[in-house]
Design a protein around this ligand. Structure first.
Ligand SMILES: [Zn+2]
Ligand SMILES: [Zn+2]
Length: 321
């Protein structure tokens, strides 16, 4: 099968490799689409020992399996289902996870991959394959973060820092969950324009004395973490969704003299999937706006270059054409 090797420094090589042979408890998934994620820029820059790609939808090709022929998404933590954390529903925090699909084991920038069966999320008929990956990091991670904050601050005014795929996904999730008005800051004009189209107040500069009861840090940038901690109102919540830069926050008076909550959302419990399907169904046309480019494996390197330059929102490898 064809697959991508991430060599580092923006080089992606497409080559042939034997089709994976699923182990016991695994199925073969034929990839239909795999969405690019900001976190993939790490393997893009540094190179990676396995094929990356973790926002995967495909068709199960394991004739004896009950899901054979079905379209499924891939839930990336290989959770055990037996530990206390899994039993409590927090499958994304499983105590026995040693592998994430697309990170420690081969992912979706390939024609196929072996997937542990507990990581298969069947995609309903009414959800097209190109939109299905949005149910993972874009909707799943954002909605989980907002749900974690719901007992701490009422739905209302919010500020989103970073209008990449996570930030714009968070915007649509917040709107669906009854929050507003939502302001979005991003230095990139294209992203600000889309945030505006999607109903946010797009800010070109950080408001000097702004105080928001809810701030979502979606850029992974140190500077934005600093702003988030300073902008949040007393008794408010900062939700950290982004990841990238090494932490280096400077303690300032605006941070020190304030009671506030800090919420980190890593992925989502597998049981949230049904709720997240409803979020997608309720606003399908606007989620569609985020999928602004598609490419074959041969076009993947160029697609990544555009994504890296901030010219694309949520592009995807698409093997369906
Ligand atoms: Zn991701
Ligand atoms: Zn577990």
């Amino acid at each position: 099968m064809r697959h991508a090797t991430f060599l580092g420094e923006g080089r992606i090589e497409i080559g042939d490799v034997a089709w994976p042979v699923p182990a016991g408890g695994e199925v073969l998934l034929r990839v239909q689409a795999c969405a690019l994620c900001g976190s993939d820029l790490r393997p893009y820059k540094a190179g990676w020992p396995v094929t990356p790609g973790h926002e995967i939808v495909g068709t199960v090709d394991s004739p004896t399996h009950r899901l054979h022929g079905r379209r499924c998404l891939v839930y990336i933590p290989v959770w055990c289902g037996r530990c206390a954390t899994c039993s409590g529903g927090d499958t994304h925090l499983c105590e026995n996870v040693t592998e994430l699909v697309g990170w420690q084991r081969a992912g979706g920038y390939a024609e196929g991959l072996a997937v542990p069966e507990q990581c298969l999320l069947p995609v309903p008929e009414d959800v097209p394959s190109h939109l299905a990956p949005l149910l993972l990091d874009t909707i799943g991670t954002a909605a989980h973060g907002v749900r974690l904050s719901q007992g701490l601050v009422p739905a209302g005014r919010a500020l989103i820092l970073g209008a990449g795929p996570i930030g714009l996904g968070a915007l649509l999730v917040l709107q669906q969950l009854g929050y507003g008005p939502v302001a979005v800051f991003d230095p990139n004009a294209y992203r600000r324009q889309v945030a505006g189209e999607l109903g946010a107040a797009a800010l070109e500069a950080i408001p000097e004395s702004g105080r928001y009861p809810l701030v979502l840090e979606c850029s992974g940038r140190n500077a934005a973490r600093q702003v988030a901690l300073e902008q949040v109102a007393a008794h408010g919540v900062v939700i950290q969704l982004g990841e990238s830069d090494t932490w280096e926050v400077k303690e300032t008076k605006a941070i020190r003299r304030k009671d506030f909550y800090y919420v980190r959302s890593f992925y989502f419990p597998i049981a949230d999937y049904e709720l997240n399907l409803e979020l997608l169904r309720a606003d399908r046309a606007r989620f569609e706006r985020l999928v602004d480019a598609r490419a074959s494996l041969e076009g993947l390197e160029q697609l990544f270059a555009q994504f890296h330059r901030g010219e694309r929102l949520k592009p995807q490898l698409n093997l369906m054409t």
